[in-house]
Design a protein around this ligand. Structure first.
Ligand SMILES: Nc1nc2c(c(=O)[nH]1)N[C@H]1C(S)=C(S)[C@@H](COP(=O)(O)O)O[C@H]1N2
Ligand SMILES: [Mo]
Length: 428
């Protein structure tokens, strides 16, 4: 390691550097905890003189860095290379073209999922679509059916909205028991982004919806041609066709050049690579799909089909990927997580430290938005006892997360979809 100050450095920088060294010499055994007595930083004793990271020039500080022409489309630091989507054959029967890669919730901050980490679920692989050759056909029960190029579509005045997309199978593998020592696999079938596009109700002002139109079929232009029907009330409320994802074009995995966004409802309705919208008086009927998306109750009767993802929450710190291994009695720690509801806005989140016996109110931090992830936080002074953490969210539609036990009693354990019960990290 080259520890000398390089010749290219200005005199000022060299002087500052000396001043910094002297400061640390004077304060000798400097302790972070002493400076941050009232904060939540776990105490770390640092003797500055013995720490080369403080006292010596690092190799990156004594030579030129990369020019602006390097990496013209930016990438995360190489030191973050383990922060990726992940998948397992257990979720796909081995066919990675009809599979899912899940979001690393444990590595995210705030409520926005970076585009490269947005979960990715498809049934026929990610197509490589030339936007100049892609068309959107809108027809059926409209006065003026039409076909739009991408340029024509983007002439509609656009809106940007922050919403999560959640596969209704999120958490589904754990109906019976915990399966994954991983928050990424247990709850990462979802992500949240800022989407830009146009409300379908605004396009319909031009096209003229006929009064007997009760359903909208959306069909994808990928090899799976995935089709889903959406009730007209939801279409006219907040359904969008989007082309922007966190400030740039949709990623190919998210449906480039356009996808349907049905805020808060089952992710499968958000048809990617959107090619066709057809308005009809009857729902597009496919027996197999209807059966697939209907959960059975204990008595064997089917639960009626439902669309919205119910109020839910997950603790992301601590988590199996990032456990608190060096926690000591008296340490102050921040318990953090995400809450969301497909029916409205998160009103509050309770935390239990003892597996659901007692509850305390967490605080909501940052933006609290309709049908978006909401980050919650609870500052805890650790008392040395084992922590059995649970979170329980409630929304402004009046729903409170049930316990896993309540949910199992109502639905049984054979479900796959819409699992939103809370449990402690011990899985009960
Ligand atoms: N055309 C098309 N759209 C699709 C799918 C698909 O396979 N093809 N998968 C759906 C499913 S099941 C989900 S959960 C969401 C996932 O969106 P994402 O991959 O952007 O996370 O897309 C939906 N839209
Ligand atoms: Mo899904």
């Amino acid at each position: 390691m080259n520890k000398s100050i390089s010749a290219s450095k200005s005199v000022e920088t060299a002087t500052e550097q000396l001043g910094r060294r002297n400061f640390f010499k004077k304060t000798a055994a400097y302790s972070v905890s002493a400076l941050a007595a009232a904060s939540v930083i776990a105490p770390v004793k640092v003797k500055a003189e013995d720490d080369p990271a403080i006292m010596e020039e690092q190799p990156w500080a004594v030579k030129w860095g990369q020019p602006v022409t390097y990496n013209l489309y930016g990438q995360p630091s190489a030191y973050e290379s383990n922060v990726t989507r992940r998948t397992t054959e257990l979720l796909s029967s081995g066919n990675m073209r009809a599979s899912i890669a899940v979001t690393p919730l444990q590595d995210l901050s705030g409520i926005i999922t970076p585009n490269g980490l947005f979960f990715n679920r498809h049934h026929g692989g990610t197509p490589d679509i030339d936007p100049n050759e892609h068309r959107l056909m809108i027809h059926g029960l409209v006065e003026k059916p039409l076909v739009l190029t991408m340029d024509q579509l983007k002439r509609y005045p656009n809106v940007s909205r922050i919403h999560f997309i959640e596969c209704p199978a999120n958490g589904g593998p754990e109906w019976r028991n915990p399966q994954f020592p991983s928050v990424q696999f247990a709850k990462g079938f979802m992500s949240c982004a800022e989407w830009t596009g146009v409300y379908i109700k605004d396009i319909l002002k031009d096209l003229g919806l006929k009064p007997d139109a009760k359903w909208m079929l959306a069909e994808g232009g990928d090899s799976s041609h995935m089709g889903r029907t959406v009730p007209i009330d939801k279409v006219l409320d907040d359904a969008m066709i989007v082309w922007g994802q966190n400030g740039e074009a949709l990623r190919p995995e998210q449906g480039y050049p356009i996808r349907l966004l049905v805020p808060g409802w089952e992710g499968n309705l958000c048809v990617k690579w959107l090619a066709r919208l057809e308005f009809a008086s009857e729902p597009y009927y496919c027996k197999e799909e209807t059966a697939k998306y209907t959960a059975l109750r204990k008595d064997g009767k089917a639960i009626q089909h439902f669309y919205a993802n119910e109020v839910n929450s997950v603790i992301t710190s601590p988590c199996p990927e990032k456990p608190w291994t060096d926690l000591k009695k008296g340490d102050t720690v921040e318990i953090e997580g995400l809450a969301w509801s497909g029916m409205g806005t998160i009103e509050g989140v309770d935390i239990s430290l003892d597996g659901g016996k007692n509850w305390v109110e967490a605080s909501l931090k940052g933006l609290v938005l309709n049908r978006a992830w909401t980050r919650f936080s609870f500052i805890h002074k650790y008392d040395g006892k084992p922590l059995f953490l649970s979170s329980r969210a409630r929304d402004d539609a009046g729903y409170v997360q049930p316990s896993v036990k309540q949910e199992r009693d109502a639905v049984g354990v054979e479900g796959v979809y819409h699992r939103n019960g809370w449990c402690s990290h011990m899985g009960n």
